[in-house]
Write a protein that binds this ligand. Structure first.
Ligand code: DOR
Ligand code: ZN
Length: 353
């Protein structure tokens, strides 16, 4: 049995308000606990999006009643909420800037819309970018010009990891995260994931080439965090017309990464650094006393969507054999998950801000 600290996922979509048939703070934080996470930071591309104090209260009220693990809520950067977002910095996980298109309405197309957020959002509060490829290069230039830290979400490409490496070497304050699906899947896996339903392979950033995946593994030391980008959409939506992009990930991240540890692809210390130590530092997160995760590192099992707590009812890793089973999660001295059962009640989770 190995004991890990309560893991932190700085990038999840819990769909509340507005799409609780996909997930809500109850099912999403249950999935988190079952996956060994005791703290999650929720993204603002909900319905309505979280962009001011009224919408923030909507999310925080739901979370307060329903969350079973600790949580923070991001605010989204819009064209017209610069002052409001800055004034709410102390109450949110951070500012999320959507600089490339993805699921939801939040998007800042024009670089002139990025500038006021860089000027006004407090230097000490986290700023997270959805920025791919050349947009990411532009975001890093902004970090350099405004001399403030930024965190790049879900990098997936060789050109991205190499540029982040170079930027770090120049002293630019940039950190980044990689999702398990970009480490364990490439576009060659899309036919197997899709099994006749092309929508299942849709995710943003898209699954990349094998060369990109290899370069992420070769540059593990440049990766600050592993984040799931848990993006639940129901199996019916994924298989329907206009399938929305996104993969669930909370319940598969740790087993997949523990399997990689078993294979010698990374160390347990790397895992703890990227799923606990660095997220705490980058996002300025409080300690959770008497909180830990117990894992049976020798137990092998098969990933099955039918055994998951997420409401979306599918996983791109269906049938994968993994080694490392989460047996027990303790949150602030209380058993929160044990042998497949969620023990923490709704409302047990606390707002980290
Ligand atoms: O695939 C994705 N789905 N990428 C994102 O950036 C957003 C997410 C979602 O909210 O569904
Ligand atoms: Zn996301």
């Amino acid at each position: 049995m190995i004991k890990l600290p309560g893991l932190i996922d700085p990038h999840v979509h819990l769909r509340e308000p507005g799409a609780t048939h996909k997930e809500d703070f109850d099912s999403g934080t249950s999935a988190a606990l079952a996956g060994g996470f005791t703290m999650v930071l929720a993204m603002p591309n909900t319905k309505p999006p979280i962009f001011d104090s009224t919408t923030l209260e909507l999310a925080l009220d739901a979370a307060k009643q329903k969350a079973r693990c600790d949580y923070g809520q991001y605010i989204g950067a819009g064209p017209e909420n610069v002052e409001i977002a800055a004034s709410l910095a102390g109450k949110v996980a951070g500012l999320k800037m959507y600089l490339d298109s993805t699921f939801g309405e939040l998007r800042l197309d024009d670089m002139s819309l990025w500038m006021p957020h860089f000027e006004k959002f407090p230097q000490s509060a986290p700023m997270v970018m959805h920025s791919e490829s050349r947009t990411m290069a532009a975001a890093i230039l902004f970090a350099s010009i405004y001399n403030r830290p930024i965190h790049i979400a879900h990098i997936s490409l060789k050109e991205e990891i190499l540029l982040i490496k170079a930027a770090k070497e120049k002293g630019i304050k940039v950190t980044c995260e990689v999702c398990p699906h970009h480490l364990f899947l490439s576009k060659d896996d899309i036919p197997a994931i899709s099994s006749g339903h092309p929508g299942r392979g849709e995710v943003r950033p898209r699954l990349a080439a094998k060369e990109d995946v290899d370069s992420l593994w070769e540059n593990l030391d440049v990766i600050d965090c592993f984040a799931t980008d848990h993006a639940p959409h129901t199996i019916e939506e994924k298989d329907g017309e206009n399938p929305p992009p996104g993969f669930p990930g909370l319940e598969t991240a740790l087993p997949l990464l523990l399997t990689a540890v078993d294979l010698g692809r990374l160390t347990l210390d790397d895992l703890i650094e990227k799923m606990y130590v660095n997220p705490r530092k980058i996002f300025n997160l409080p300690e959770q006393p008497e909180t830990w995760v117990e894992v049976d590192e020798d137990a092998s099992y098969e990933v099955k969507a039918s055994e998951q707590f997420t409401r979306c009812n599918w996983t791109p890793f269906e049938g994968w054999k993994v080694k490392g089973k989460i047996r027990k999660v303790v949150l602030r001295g209380q058993p929160a998950f044990e042998d497949g059962k969620i023990l923490a009640g709704p409302g047990a989770g606390k707002n980290i801000r």
